[in-house]
Design a protein. Structure first.
Length: 311
């Protein structure tokens, strides 16, 4: 026998959901798992389930469809999720403002893998220093998944390469950085500062795995200059640290952003070569929902990142 929960359409317009009920709904929609959502909210699973049930009964709507195998957000849940997120964001902002701290409360920040290792060591201590009431959560992932998480309310803001070309999002430009060619020690290009994109033609160019925006940026650079890198076999890497070590092992050459040069070329037998001006590169910035009530907060965050960008 299949058990069903019958929800009666709400007629009492005086019903007001609590923040706890909204947090339960948003957490379940975010993680698609009751146990994980309960852990993140630091409540028991029965408490979480009761909060969701109270919200659904109060609204007369099913927001979450739960089976033994998966958790789904219903069409009504998808329609109301952005508003629930906006309500919680406004509540966090209200509490922070009452404390006179400005940017405070929970901040779920996504960041791409080719930025995270080089920004976070200086950014996180500075956030603790300047914003002691801020509770940041960091999610490292590829650009496409970060954008999906922004649109669905899983993330508040993301640090990634611009432009995103994503509808419904706003962007704050932080800085531009050049690409640097990493080569094995003694390579014919080692130490050069006058490279042109055409010099990449036929080079065994190592790339990050599919899904990484740096891979796409490198391929776009090659296509725009009619450059055809040489084949590098089946080598596939998921991090700059790994691809640089493959260069040290004489498997090929690679392009990395300027910010990563100091950290990644200090290990192994490597040399670098720089491009003549104007050098190819990328722009890094923040992206967030246009509907967010935290624009001023993100502008403050942008200022802190700019002021603590590693050289």
């Amino acid at each position: 026998m299949i058990s069903r929960t019958i929800l009666i359409s709400v007629t009492d317009q005086t019903y007001q959901p609590t923040l706890s009920q909204l947090r339960a709904f948003v957490a379940i929609a975010e993680y698609r798992h009751f146990g994980t959502a309960a852990t993140r909210l630091n409540v028991s699973q029965p408490t979480l389930s009761q909060a969701l049930a109270s919200l659904e009964n109060g609204l007369g709507l099913q927001l979450i469809e739960r089976s033994t195998r998966r958790v789904l957000v219903t069409p009504a849940g998808k329609r109301l999720l952005p508003q629930a997120m906006a309500t919680l964001e406004a509540a966090d902002r209200f509490v922070a403002s009452a404390a006179g701290t400005g940017l405070g409360g929970t901040l779920r920040m996504g960041i791409i893998p080719t930025v995270a290792p080089y920004v976070l060591p200086t950014l996180l201590p500075e956030l603790r220093k300047q914003l002691p009431t801020l509770a940041p959560y960091v999610i490292e992932d590829q650009t496409a998944r970060l954008l999906d998480a922004l649109r669905t309310g899983v993330l508040d803001v993301a640090l990634l390469a611009l432009p995103t070309d994503a509808s419904g999002l706003l962007e704050i430009r932080l800085y531009a950085e050049e690409f640097v060619l990493v080569v094995p020690r003694g390579h014919e290009f080692a130490g050069r500062r006058d490279l042109r994109p055409a010099d990449l033609d036929s080079l065994p160019l190592l790339l990050l795995d599919e899904g990484h925006c740096l891979r796409d940026q490198t391929l776009d650079l090659c296509r725009s200059h009619n450059v055809h890198p040489g084949a590098v076999g089946d080598t596939r890497t998921a991090s700059l640290a790994t691809v640089v070590q493959c260069v040290a092992g004489d498997l090929g050459v690679t392009l990395i952003p300027e910010m990563a040069v100091s950290a990644e070329t200090s290990r192994g037998t490597l040399d670098i070569a720089r491009f003549a001006s104007p050098a190819p590169g990328r722009t890094i910035g923040l992206a967030f929902r246009a509907s967010s009530a935290r624009v001023e907060d993100f502008e403050r965050l942008a200022d802190i990142i700019r002021g603590n960008r590693p050289e």
